[in-house]
Design a protein around this ligand. Structure first.
Ligand SMILES: Nc1ncnc2c1ncn2[C@@H]1O[C@H](COP(=O)(O)OP(=O)(O)OP(=O)(O)O)[C@@H](O)[C@H]1O
Length: 236
């Protein structure tokens, strides 16, 4: 794994990175996607979230990334209650997270280097400060020879690797990844798992949603399971 460019600013954070208390959530046409979910992710913990398709995994992650608000219960992130957080208050909290979206959400008009560097640029860093780290990370995920390319020219697996590089580039305190190894082969999945484990050892709290039970087992991480909107498994 590339050398840390800076340490997670976790020192002054709460002991729990995530706390969900009695959380319910739904959409207009599926009102009970999540039901009475209670979850604590201690700072520095590593959890895998599994469950059948449609169980509500992505919806739970959308609550944590502040893309949605719960219909009942309370959510706290980094020790701060975010249940009713307004739009304007979300970006500073989001900057403390690295998110790997299931659909990658890369910016097609930027090249690979610029995509990976985006969180650092948004954090106000200068290119000279981060260029070497970004290049090293892109080489590490096997994209070193394509830094000037744009996302539309990448394969699904390459897009996934770029999305992961971007998510972890700024050393976020909380890493949330939705199926981060769904488009890569076993060797790359192992390598990416190793990256998440290394970042976890450096202090990041990690939550990975995945269908890959074997990878979850291999990770040695704590297991959470969603089934029809209800959470089971170790949660602390
Ligand atoms: N934007 C949306 N509007 C309405 N219903 C939605 C929306 N997103 C998800 N749902 C519904 O919510 C339920 C849970 O979906 P979700 O994507 O959270 O499950 P998941 O466990 O992540 O599934 P998968 O493993 O297939 O990605 C499903 O019944 C789905 O149809």
């Amino acid at each position: 794994m590339p050398a840390p460019s800076r340490r997670a600013a976790a020192a002054e954070s709460a002991p729990e990175t995530v706390r969900l208390t009695g959380v319910g959530f739904g959409y207009a046409d599926s009102p009970d996607v999540l039901r009475d979910v209670n979850l604590i992710l201690p700072r520095g913990s590593f959890h895998f979230l599994t469950g059948p398709s449609g169980a509500g995994k992505s919806s739970l992650l959308r609550l944590l990334t502040l893309a949605e608000r719960p219909t009942s219960g309370r959510i706290a992130l980094f020790g701060q209650d975010v249940t009713d957080l307004g739009r304007a208050a979300a970006p500073p909290l989001r900057r403390r997270m690295g998110v790997v979206f299931q659909d990658f959400r890369l910016l097609d008009h930027l090249d690979l280097f610029e995509n990976a560097a985006l969180p650092l640029r948004l954090a106000g860093k200068k290119r000279a400060e981060y260029a070497a780290d970004v290049e090293e990370m892109l080489r590490w995920v096997g994209l070193g020879g394509r830094m000037d390319a744009r996302p539309p020219s990448l394969s699904g697996g390459e897009k996934q690797r770029l999305a992961i590089a971007r998510a972890v580039m700024s050393r976020p305190e909380l890493i949330i990844a939705d199926e981060p190894t769904g488009s890569v082969d076993k060797a790359m999945a192992d390598k990416l798992l190793n990256l998440f484990q290394s970042l976890n050892k450096l202090g990041a709290t990690v939550l990975i949603a995945s269908h890959d039970e074997a990878l979850a087992e291999q990770s040695g991480a704590r297991r959470l399971r969603l089934d029809r909107g209800r959470l089971t498994g170790s949660a602390g």
